[in-house]
Design a protein. Structure first.
Lengths: 453, 400
């Protein structure tokens, strides 16, 4: 059974520097890091000390409140350093990697023959459970919870996003095994959203055991919230689990091959990358070798993830746990004179979702956007801007104001449970008043989660 | 522009930042620096890229949209000045006279408004915000040409201080700032804003009494429609008369500086709609609302004012100007799309109602818009409540 939904609101931001379909060979990393900061609401508790030997799949730390949720090392080697920040908060756990990975053996199994508890147990022990997240709040899925459905967004609509067929080709069996495992975890359906607008969607044509939804429309059509909202909206009190194609493959590898194989294909692109392409890496890999010699001259910002929701990283940093993209764009920390580049300029090269610059007359144009704020933070002035890129039956500006006022009743009744900070990314881009909308929403949701806990 | 950047940022700025001689005046310096240069601030959290639009660009677009009204207004002031003094009306002398009369009003409006904003910004140590860029141009356009300059200054200071700053500055005001200025003069100095003040040095030539279309129409209220003075006034609205439909649309009638020419206003409206800055919902619904009320009056036909054909009713006075530039102010209008339709309708409906019913307020549009400004949050509240109820109903169905 396949449904279809059409997203009318949103915007595809066209940037230069998208990846060529060229794959660089896998090279094993020197160092890998697990970053507890990648996980919402996680308080880590170390299971090993510095100097401990690990194999790929050995648990390194666990969630403090739930000792069943384990996080495993993606490589074999030695835990070299635990980097801490203020108040001894663990920022990174660095693992020096062997040239060849040795894996913990968790045994193969056919997920279809297992019960929900057995699948859950296996995933928890191997440390692949964190690949599953839940809504609301985008925390790691609660293994004792009962999700209404499981959603997989099979395509990425963000700017410069990697193309599907390059990510999944060759691993269809693992993908199916992952789907089978997920199917055991819920009494509801496993939804898979595909989009014929993105190349390679045919890679899903053989998948069984899913409820397929064909999605058309601009970004954020690839966001899970949008897909949930337009198929079966989330009510207060319900939970949905969600994940993404490469994560499903990693889960599938556990059942098919009995090991935690954290390899993923990452798109390395952006206007500041020389010859953007794809590379196979281990999740959490250090970035030094991936971007060596590929970043162009000039001040640039390296982002793990996409330009809308990703985290800034340094060249000596590490790939985020959930990220399949590494993007480098120019750092815009220079003043823009009003007549040449600023607010009185003719602006043929300035990207805007409004029609206040003549660039809107060239719809196919690709832009080289930098990180300049392009203005200063002001209070809300314009109305109707955010609604144009927010494909939900929710009033974005009024919801943001309710979050700013920390009015919990209002937030709940206006639908905060149906969205996540990433859904406001386009709103944040479009906002004339340059308000840090994602930060506001993220902090508001954290407050709400703490209140409810 | 490297040399400019070096001059301003490297040489002048240190005087105003921490430790500099004038560090208390940082806000004032910052306003001028950010006017010349978009700052070098980069995104810190959330999205790494941002749209190129900012509030300054938005305000600039609105000012550009007002330029046709400003230019025509200057010509119009000169035109009626020359006619009322028996002098020939020619283009360049009209423009020159108009500029001499109008530009001081603009300068005073900006100077007093920005002065208040700068002083408060320096005192409270926050940035000067861009809201006044538009209000400063709107205020002169809704003033009569020979308003005393000190009155403009007083009204502007009142409007910025009490109408905006007290509530928290740009984006926080409840009522439209420019209309607050006009309302201030209307209630404090009523003889200076309506009545016999429309033409500078009125009346040495017959036929130019100095009243406006609406002023004359107001005189017809309460009198039977067949009285000679009433029919005399109404005849000026017929084709060929001084306030004919075509003259009203062209704008060659006496009135406040910017509000007479419907054509100039529509050029501005087209620009605002094309750039997406003006809300078409507010403009369209206000037109419909005003037309509806005027049509109802046509049907009622209780006096000559009501008998003025609906379209003509909308073309005289400040209706079109209010529709395009005042009601569409995004801060004071309704902020939901559905709300804007209701809000605009109310502005037009009540504006015409006040205008026709009460001869003491020939400019009912100003009051109609101010009234709807107060009502706008209520309208939004109910629109959002409908959304909330829809969600609650879905929840109830689910858990039932």
């Amino acid at each position: 059974m396949a449904g279809s939904i059409r997203i009318k609101k949103g915007k595809d931001i066209k940037l230069i520097g998208s990846s060529e379909q060229h794959l660089r060979a896998y090279s094993s990393p020197d160092v890998v890091a697990l970053k507890p900061t990648d996980f919402v609401g996680l308080t880590p508790k170390m299971l090993l000390k510095e100097g401990a030997e690990v194999k790929a799949g050995t648990p390194v730390f666990r969630e403090k409140k739930n000792d069943k949720i384990l996080f495993s090392s993606p490589v074999s080697g030695e835990v070299t350093e635990i980097v801490r920040g203020a108040k001894r908060k663990i920022l990174e756990i660095r693992i020096l990697a062997d040239k060849e990975n040795r894996y913990e053996d968790y045994g193969t199994a056919d997920p279809k023959s297992l019960s929900k508890e057995q699948v859950t147990e296996k995933m928890l022990k191997a440390g692949v459970w964190p690949l599953l997240r839940q809504r609301p709040f985008s925390t790691i899925a609660d293994p004792f919870g009962a999700p209404r459905d499981i959603y997989i967004s099979g395509f990425d609509s963000a700017p410069l996003a990697p193309e599907l067929d390059f990510l999944i080709k060759g691993e269809e069996k693992e993908f199916q095994a992952g789907i089978n495992a997920l199917g055991r975890l819920t009494k509801g359906k496993v939804h898979l959203a595909t989009s014929s607008q993105h190349k390679g969607h045919l890679v899903y044509s053989g998948v069984q055991g899913v409820e397929k939804t064909e999605v058309s429309g601009p970004h954020p059509a690839g966001n899970v919230s949008v897909q949930i909202h337009h198929t079966k909206p989330l009510n207060k009190g319900e939970t949905i689990w969600y994940t993404y194609p490469q994560e499903v493959i990693i889960i599938g590898r556990l059942f098919l091959h009995g090991k935690y194989d954290a390899r993923r294909r990452v798109a390395v692109n952006g206007s500041m990358i020389d010859k953007p392409d794809y590379q196979d890496v281990i999740g959490g890999s250090s970035l030094k070798n991936i971007v060596k010699g590929k970043i162009k001259e000039g001040r640039s910002r390296l982002i793990s993830g996409n330009v809308l929701t990703g985290t800034q990283v340094q060249e000596d940093g590490f790939l985020g746990f959930y990220d399949s993209q590494l993007c480098a764009i120019p750092e815009g920390d220079h003043h823009k004179f009003l007549l040449t580049e600023g607010w009185l300029s003719p602006g043929l090269n300035r990207f805007s979702m409004s029609r206040s610059y003549p660039s809107w007359l060239m719809p196919g144009k690709k832009y080289d956007l930098d990180t300049n704020l392009n203005g200063e933070i002001r209070s809300f002035v314009m109305s109707g801007q955010l609604e144009k890129v927010f494909p939900f039956d929710i009033y974005p500006m009024q919801l943001i104001k309710a979050v700013m006022a920390n009015d919990i009743d209002k937030m709940e009744s206006m639908g905060i449970y149906e969205v996540d900070a990433e859904d406001f990314a386009l709103c944040e881009v479009a906002c004339t008043s340059k308000i840090d909308i994602q930060k506001v929403i993220r902090e508001g949701m954290e407050n709400l989660r703490m209140e409810l806990a | 522009m490297k040399f400019l950047e070096n001059l301003v940022i490297k040489k002048i700025r240190p005087n105003f930042t921490e430790g500099g001689k004038f560090e208390n005046f940082y806000s004032a310096y910052d306003a001028l620096e950010t006017f010349m240069f978009t700052p070098d601030r980069t995104t810190r959290t959330g999205s790494h890229i941002r749209d190129a639009i900012d509030l300054k660009r938005t305000m600039m677009m609105v000012i550009v949209a007002m330029i046709p009204c400003l230019l025509f207004g200057m010509w119009n002031v000169g035109h009626f000045h020359h006619l009322s003094n028996g002098m020939p009306s020619e283009f360049w002398p009209n423009m020159l006279y108009g500029m001499i009369k109008v530009l001081p009003v603009v300068v005073v409006s900006y100077a007093s408004g920005l002065g208040v904003e700068f002083i408060l910004a320096v005192k409270n140590k926050h940035a000067v915000q861009e809201g006044f860029l538009v209000s400063g141009m709107l205020i002169p356009l809704i003033m009569p040409a020979n308003i005393p300059l000190w009155m403009v200054a007083l009204a502007t200071i009142f409007a910025v201080l009490i109408g905006k700053e007290v509530f928290g500055g740009t984006g926080m005001n409840i009522v439209n700032v420019a209309l607050t200025a006009r309302a201030f003069i209307f209630f404090a100095y009523p003889t200076k804003i309506s009545g016999d003040i429309w033409v500078t040095e009125p009346g040495i030539v017959d036929g130019y009494s100095g009243a406006t279309a609406l002023g004359d129409l107001a005189l017809t209220v309460g009198k039977a429609q067949n009285l000679p003075e009433v029919t005399g006034i109404m005849s000026t609205f017929a084709d060929g008369g001084a306030y004919s439909l075509s003259n009203s649309i062209m704008g060659i009638i006496p009135g406040s500086i910017g509000e007479t020419s419907v054509i100039a206003i529509l050029i501005g409206a087209a620009f605002l709609l094309w750039t997406g800055i003006g809300s078409w919902r507010i403009m369209a619904s206000m037109f419909v609302g005003g037309f509806t009320m005027a049509w109802i009056f046509n049907m009622a036909d209780a006096n000559a004012f009501m008998s003025l054909p609906a379209l003509h009713q909308l073309m005289v006075g400040g209706f079109m100007f209010g529709m395009v530039f005042m009601a569409t102010d995004p801060v004071t209008a309704s902020q939901t799309n559905t709300g804007k339709l209701i809000y605009g309708f109310g502005c037009g409906f009540f504006g015409i109602m006040i205008r026709v019913f009460n001869p003491a307020y020939p400019e009912g549009i100003m009051l109609g818009i101010l009234f709807m400004n107060i009502m706008a949050p209520l309208i939004d509240h109910y629109v959002v409540a409908a959304n909330i109820n829809r969600r609650a109903k879905r929840l109830k169905l689910q858990t039932a």
